[in-house]
Design a protein around this ligand. Structure first.
Ligand SMILES: *Cc1c(COP(=O)(O)O)cnc(C)c1O
Length: 376
């Protein structure tokens, strides 16, 4: 049996809530689980509003539209991320500018962004409409100066927290804050491999009432209240179904357990690989608490990464590279890039290891043994 990379753990009320949907015949996007999932999610993240969507990608698309991104605008996005972070900007008709990572968190480099925004301010040049800050692999990005400078210039900061549900920013003065609530609007994913799943789905969170109602309106075909089919804009069929929300709610009830388990797995890997000189541990910085979504280490170079991946796979351990940086992907080959090749270097060397919440300690021991043996 192969040890999987990141599988859903379905041990709670999922089946019971699904049966309730079927018995009540509320299976579509009208039904009580959607509202309950949204209310509990808002409470859990400390946001005033949460709007459930059909996917994390749909959540990002609507968040960018509601933040005011229009055709011909520019959106800055991390170069090292899953492609949906950038695609959502293109769906809005915007042009994407890619930003390199910094080495401490592997996330968007705030120095590059701030320097560019300040250069443009001095030169009187047009600013981007939005910046998508992704918290890759569940490690919070450096948000403080990015949010402060973007705020001064009227640039919206949209957080792609798809991999980071439960991760926190430790603000010494104001206490911990959940990622997704640090910018103007935050987006989450409930795809099957994420920290919690609804089979497929996403959530937009924000403290801004008008923004939340725009997202909600656009997600339901921009249909106006009343019996007639009256619409005031071109909307989308992006609402989460009651069936999916039932699973999502049952998963959310178990979130603390999942986070504890994933973080314990990450700590155990950290301890096991600390002495291995060929292995660079993932970010774990003191001003943040990672979600532990996907445990990913760096090997000395790409060849080593390929060799160790093969060794793991033939030993029945699922291991994977992270993403090809966006500037190397066909749709973004011509996009302007801020910065150098940090993300490219990280992507060449990164290998993700099994991180499911229900990974047993004997399975984890086996993964550790195979890795240590392969790099020895
Ligand atoms: C998973 C993911 C998404 C997209 O979420 P879906 O629910 O699969 O549409 C977006 N951004 C990042 C960083 C992701 O990991």
């Amino acid at each position: 049996m192969t040890i999987a990379l990141s599988e859903p753990t379905l041990g709670g009320n999922e089946a019971r809530y699904l049966a309730e949907c079927i018995e009540s015949t509320y299976v579509s996007s009208v039904g009580p689980f959607v509202g309950r999932f949204e209310a509990d999610f808002a409470r859990r993240t400390g946001s005033r509003f949460a709007v459930a969507c059909a996917s994390g990608t749909a959540a990002l698309h609507l968040a960018l539209l509601a933040a005011g991104v229009r055709p011909g605008d520019e959106v800055m996005v991390s170069d090292l991320t899953f492609i949906a972070s950038a695609n959502a900007a293109v769906y809005c008709g915007a042009a994407v500018t890619l930003v390199d990572s910094e080495r401490e968190t592997w996330n968007i480099d705030p120095d590059l962004v701030v320097a560019e925004l300040e250069r443009r301010r001095a030169a009187g040049e047009r600013q981007p409409a939005a910046i998508v800050a992704v918290h890759v692999l569940g490690q919070p990005a450096k948000m403080d100066r990015l949010v402060a400078v973007a705020g001064e210039l009227g640039v919206a900061v949209v957080e792609d927290a798809a991999e980071a549900l439960g991760a926190r920013w430790r603000d010494g003065r104001h206490g911990d804050r959940e990622v997704g609530t640090l910018g103007l609007v935050g987006c989450f994913s409930f795809n099957g491999n994420k920290i919690i799943t609804s089979g497929g789905g996403g959530m937009v969170v924000t403290d801004h009432e008008a923004l939340a109602s725009t997202v909600r309106h656009l997600s339901t075909q921009a249909r106006l209240p009343g019996l007639e089919y009256s619409h005031d804009a071109v909307g989308f069929n992006y609402r989460l179904t009651n069936l999916a929300a039932a699973v999502g709610l049952a998963q959310l009830e178990q979130l603390d357990r999942f986070l504890d388990a994933r973080r314990a797995i990450a700590r155990r890997y950290d301890e096991a690989f600390a002495a291995a000189t060929a292995v660079t541990l993932p970010p774990d910085v003191e001003w943040s608490l990672r979600s532990g979504w996907m445990y990913t280490v760096l090997l000395p170079d790409r060849d080593e990464r390929l060799r160790v991946t093969d060794r793991l796979r033939s030993a029945g351990v699922e291991a994977r590279p992270i993403w090809v940086p966006l500037h190397l992907q066909a749709p973004y080959r011509d996009a302007p890039v801020l910065g150098g090749a940090v993300g490219t270097d990280l992507a060449a060397r990164a290998i993700s290891l099994p991180s499911s919440a229900h990974l047993t300690s004997s399975d984890q021991e086996r993964v550790i043994e195979v890795v240590l043996d392969a790099v020895r």
